[in-house]
Design a protein around this ligand. Structure first.
Ligand code: NQM
Length: 350
């Protein structure tokens, strides 16, 4: 058993607009229960403030990447969401933000040899089986974190990590449109239930009395809205084949409004109980697919450009995803993120 005295090798990284702990699978207990119990102790959960651990007291900063060697020089990435206020660790969702740090971490830990300029890391996302090619800057054979790419929600600039996804459609639910409908009414609200990397219930904000200009705090403090959204989520989750979703972090909920800053649309996303300060990468890929799907609940609200780029506005800026569809088939999903190594050391669980 790992104790507060022995400790465990751990790297903390910002991945996109999230922050998490990165471990080699070999450094964690092989037994799942033991592993989860250890991660709860390292993060300081359950506790609203995670004061006795490394967690940042928000779902976006209570995340874990478990990385191991995969087939043919690839790496496997298992994402774990450590709940802040409950003794729960979930592998039921993926995370495209924490994913941005996986390539750099795999190179730093020697799982992948660095090229002289850039290095392409093939990553299998163990949660969903999806595959992504991450291109990491490695001038002179070393991971470079500084650079000139800005992403909304993160101050300053950093080196780009280009993520090209394969097979995002139906990642968790088995189909891009898990209910078999491009649009349907759930609890009186017209929604599109979509899974292009993340199961999301996408709906017009106006149908919930939301303008889309509200801050995440305002929406979180709106108790009747949250009750309505949770009832809708439970029903949509059942229809999406996810069963009883009361204890899981998917499906997410995104309320879509007309764009305010030149993008394709505005969004406010519940993940699923806290309101996202921006939007998840794969969450945005699912929303972008919904915007482009003919006949969806939100297509009419969006202002889409001709090219593949969809600029999804969110509370702290925007996220550009490239999503291409052929009818109801997704042919490509890509995104540019940044990541930064914050500390590399030993974690001492309580
Ligand atoms: O959708 C938040 C995040 C995420 C997940 C969440 C993510 C994604 O912003 O790919 O990145 O939806 O819980 O990191």
């Amino acid at each position: 058993m790992v104790t507060g005295r022995t400790g465990i090798p751990c790297m903390i990284m910002r991945g996109g607009t999230s922050k998490g702990l990165y471990f080699l699978a070999d450094d964690l207990p092989g037994d799942r229960e033991e592993r989860d119990e250890l991660l709860l102790r390292i993060m300081g959960s359950p506790d609203d403030r995670q004061i006795d651990g490394l967690g940042g007291a928000h779902p976006l900063t209570s995340k874990v990447a478990v990385v191991s060697p995969g087939d043919d020089g690839s790496v496997d990435y298992l994402f774990l969401q450590v709940f802040v206020d409950q003794a729960l660790v979930s592998d039921q969702q993926n995370c495209g933000n924490i994913l941005a740090g996986v390539g750099p971490f795999a190179i730093e830990r020697g799982l992948v040899a660095a090229g002289q300029d850039t290095t392409s890391v093939r990553i299998t996302m163990a949660n969903t089986g999806g595959v992504v090619a991450a291109t990491v800057r490695t001038p002179g054979g070393e991971v470079r974190y500084d650079g000139d790419v800005a992403i909304a929600g993160v101050p300053g600039t950093a080196a780009p990590v280009v993520l090209d996804f394969q097979g995002t459609a139906g990642s968790t639910c088995g189909a891009l449109l898990p209910t078999g409908h491009v649009s349907e009414v759930v609890d009186g609200v017209t929604v599109t239930c979509v899974d292009n990397g993340m199961p999301v219930v996408v709906m017009p904000a106006a149908q919930l009395g939301v303008t889309g200009a509200e801050s995440p705090e305002e929406l979180e403090n709106d108790a009747p809205l949250r009750r309505r959204l949770e009832a809708l989520r439970l029903e949509a989750g059942r229809r999406m084949g996810l069963g009883d979703v009361s204890d899981t972090t998917v499906p997410k909920l995104t309320m879509v409004s007309p764009p305010r800053s030149g993008g394709a649309c505005g969004t406010r996303t519940f993940i699923p109980h806290r309101c996202h300060t921006s939007i998840g990468v794969l969450g945005a890929a699912s929303v972008a697919a919904a915007l482009r799907l003919p006949g969806s609940a939100v297509g009419g609200i969006a202002e889409l450009s001709d090219g593949p780029r969809v600029r999804v506005e969110h509370p702290t800026g925007y996220l550009d995803v490239e999503v291409e569809l052929d009818g109801h088939d997704v042919t490509r999903t890509g995104v540019v993120r940044t990541a930064r190594k914050l500390i590399d050391g030993t974690a001492y669980p309580r």
